[in-house]
Write a protein that binds this ligand. Structure first.
Ligand SMILES: Cc1ncc(C[n+]2csc(CCOP(=O)(O)OP(=O)(O)O)c2C)c(N)n1
Ligand SMILES: [Mg+2]
Length: 714
């Protein structure tokens, strides 16, 4: 199919109510007016901000308009209706497209409880404040900020992968909660994306999984404009995208002209009618559509058009050239008439469906209510295990598996899996009925992400945005592969749980490529993330006691491959100290300690052994277990000082990872024992000995600190 011919730059200026320029067929005048309103709002906002991306909203206005007005089941008056269709703008730089739609549709602002507040989500003044400090229209859409934005996008490809998580959530929720004659969950997911999203590897990972899972509730709309920042895509991109997606087992459609509402409508209908696979619609468009000199150029991508170009473009749209942020009469009403009317039906039908459901299935309805509110079942902690003291003990990956299973039995919407490492990460839910999530069994609670870490993170985000409680697991070293997704969990304030095992050079034989060094420090540096590294099985349980109730924070667990002793809590302090992030695990036998060891995870038991050696030499040691630095930092000064008294300056931190970040705890006189190089491939004990992680070496270094700091420092 061929594209429409391009507009000449010097058209006469007819009246504002004429049909949309360049649109084939009969587009009602009011619809062309609405489409051009989206375009001009986008141009004006970017110009006012002196920054942003005008060209893509201009090109995609008809694509998104047709989708929202004719297809999307979304109620602007109730934007969190649980059974709404999800719209994801994966090319987040085109944010003004979404903001314009949210504004024109009269989408309501919702409160923390998800209920409409009676206020509009975005007023015209918010659009005028695009990209300004504190604005509800930030540079890229942020879901925790702006009602109507389903997910934060901007890092290209993330939105697409997140949309797969949303589609999986629909499948899972439908399988668990729908009943004959009670189709509670029926939503579809529509995502718009560009060349950048297509080029990023994460979209390939996600598309591959979506194809495998036959997610026919998913449709991606690819803006095939052949332009990215550096210029034509011919610089770096020759994929035959259609063939690629056919290979992923998707249905592939083409719309040769982004202005052809009729073709778009038919493509959307085909996507909806396709029941055995996801759909990709490849839409040819012209970035900066209508701009006299910038159309089809990368100059339309990421900078304001400039006053002169805007005048020329408005002339082409037959728009009053001197008006800014103009919303002609009839446009908002048109949204009410179409999207709004359908949306009201959606809310009404949901309320009726859910009301009747609640009568027939009160237990399930109560589950849904709690899930939507991010509340836990009353008895969620009933089966959490306590582990008896055991010198051999078990790896924290093993104890985590036990705690996770105990929790999952009581928290039915806790679902998750691994990037092909469940036998190693021990995250499989093994109880009867847990099942495996597959196309034919979408109620399964064990997800198989395949070897796709980056997409796994984004899919977890999509699941979490849909209010199921997800976890994803893998090796700590490969957290690097999914950092972009983890970061977005935190930015969106989502309580996703990442379970990373093989958390140190203790991995042994696999060697430096598999031995994390700087990964934990990087995760700890991320705002909004709580990083837990428990030191034994009982701390493991306590970690989950903190993690399960989280509603707005992302959690990371760093767990060992190797066994760790289960401490005798009649000798050591209770593991409930985990809730404070760090606590005195064992104090010096009498009075003020000569030395404080601060450690996490596997190094805690190492410090106990070193402390015993030092005790024999008359050095009194306090051992502080620090499973979660972020929680410890939140405690008041009195508590922190009680754990790390300022007067005790001989302090040694021990972690078989980067020492980065420990200085703040050991202070100027202390010492950080950790890794400053990559690891080595050898059996565990040889690696530990080689890098000085044995009790005798640690004790010797700690003793030197005590001697150096001396009595003056105490
Ligand atoms: C992961 C990632 N890398 C780089 C960028 C910076 N970036 C923003 S838009 C863009 C080009 C995108 O091209 P395309 O998706 O074709 O968008 P269009 O210009 O057609 O709207 C780039 C490289 C980004 N946002 N995310
Ligand atoms: Mg492009």
């Amino acid at each position: 199919m061929s594209s429409t011919a391009m507009p000449p730059s010097s058209k006469p200026q007819p009246a504002i109510t004429t049909p949309m320029s360049g649109a084939p067929g009969d587009v009602p005048a009011v619809d062309s007016l609405a489409i051009n309103t989206i375009r001009t709002l986008s141009m004006d906002a970017v110009q006012a901000a002196k920054s942003g991306h005008p060209g893509t909203p201009m090109a995609l206005a008809p694509v998104a308009y047709e989708l929202w007005q004719d297809v999307l089941r979304f109620d602007p008056a109730n934007p969190r209706c649980p059974d709404r269709d999800r719209f994801v703008l994966s090319n987040g730089h085109a944010s003004m497209l979404l903001y314009s739609l949210i504004h024109l549709s009269g989408t309501q602002r919702v409160g923390k409880d998800g209920r409409p507040t009676g206020e509009p989500s975005l007023r015209i003044d918010d659009l005028k404040a695009f990209r300004q400090l504190g604005s509800l229209c930030p540079g890229h859409p942020e879901s925790h900020l702006t009602s109507g934005v389903e997910t934060t996008t901007g890092p290209l490809g993330q939105g697409l992968a997140t949309s797969v998580g949303m589609a999986m959530a629909q499948r899972w929720l439908a399988a668990r909660y729908n009943r004959p004659n009670f189709d509670l969950y029926t939503w579809r997911v529509w995502s718009i994306c560009g060349d950048g999203c297509m080029m990023e590897g994460i979209s390939g990972e996600a598309a591959s999984l979506a194809g495998h899972l036959r997610l026919s509730n998913l449709c991606w709309i690819y803006d095939n404009n052949r332009i990215t920042i550096e210029g034509s895509t011919s610089l770096a991109y020759d994929d035959d995208v259609a063939t690629r997606f056919l290979g992923y087992r998707w249905n592939v459609l083409r719309v040769a002209d982004a202005n052809d509402l009729d073709l778009l409508r038919r493509a959307y209908a085909t996507a909806r009618e396709t029941t055995d696979r996801p759909t990709l619609i490849i839409v040819d468009s012209h970035i900066g559509y209508g701009a006299p000199t910038r159309q089809d150029t990368s100059a339309a991508h990421g900078e304001p058009l400039g006053d002169e170009e805007i005048i020329g473009t408005k002339r082409f749209y037959r728009w009053p050239e001197d008006q800014k942020f103009l919303v002609p009469a009839g446009v908002r009403e048109r949204f009410n008439e179409r999207l709004g009317a359908r949306g009201a039906e959606l809310t009404k039908s949901w309320n009726e469906r859910f009301g009747a459901y609640a009568k027939a299935f009160p237990k399930e309805a109560e589950e849904i209510r709690r899930m939507e509110a991010r509340e836990l079942p009353d008895d969620w902690a009933a089966d959490l295990p306590t582990f008896p003291a055991d010198a051999k003990g078990m790896a924290t990956r093993i104890s985590n598996g036990k705690v996770l299973n105990a929790l999952a039995k009581r928290l039915p919407w806790l679902i998750g899996g691994s990037a092909d490492l469940a036998p190693s990460t021990k995250t499989l839910l093994g109880f009867d009925g847990a099942g495996s999530f597959q196309a034919a069994t979408p109620g399964g609670r064990n997800l198989h992400f395949g070897i796709r870490e980056h997409a796994m993170g984004a899919i977890c985000n999509g699941l979490s945005l849909s209010h199921v409680r997800p976890y994803g697991s893998g090796f700590l070293i490969f957290s690097d592969y999914m950092k972009g997704s983890i970061r977005l969990s935190a930015v969106m304030e989502l309580p996703v749980v990442y379970i990373f095992t093989h958390d140190s050079i203790g991995v042994g034989e696999d060697g430096p490529t598999h031995q994390p060094i700087e990964q934990l420090a990087a995760l700890r540096a991320m705002p909004g993330v709580l990083v837990f590294r428990p030191s034994d099985a009982n701390e493991m349980t306590e970690c989950w006691r903190v993690i399960a109730p989280l509603t707005h924070e992302t959690a990371v667990l760093a767990l060992t491959r190797q066994d760790l002793p289960t401490l005798d809590r009649t000798v050591f302090a209770p593991a409930s100290g985990v809730a404070k992030g760090g606590y005195v695990l064992r104090d010096a036998p009498k009075g003020k300690p000569d030395l404080i060891f601060i450690a996490s995870g596997s190094e805690v038991s190492l410090c106990i052994a070193a402390a015993d050696l030092l005790a024999a030499q008359g050095i009194g040691v306090r051992i502080v277990s620090m499973p979660c630095c972020e929680l410890f930092n939140r405690q008041d000064r009195a508590y922190r000082d009680s754990v790390l008294p300022p007067s005790v300056r001989a302090r040694v931190s021990v972690e078989m990872l980067s020492t980065f970040g420990w200085d703040r705890y050991v202070g100027i006189d202390g010492e950080t024992i950790g890794m400053t190089t990559f690891g080595a491939s050898a059996p565990l004990s040889a690696v530990m000995k080689h890098f000085g992680f044995d009790a005798a070496s640690i004790a010797a270094r700690a003793k030197a600190v005590v001697e150096r700091v001396g009595s003056a420092g105490r």
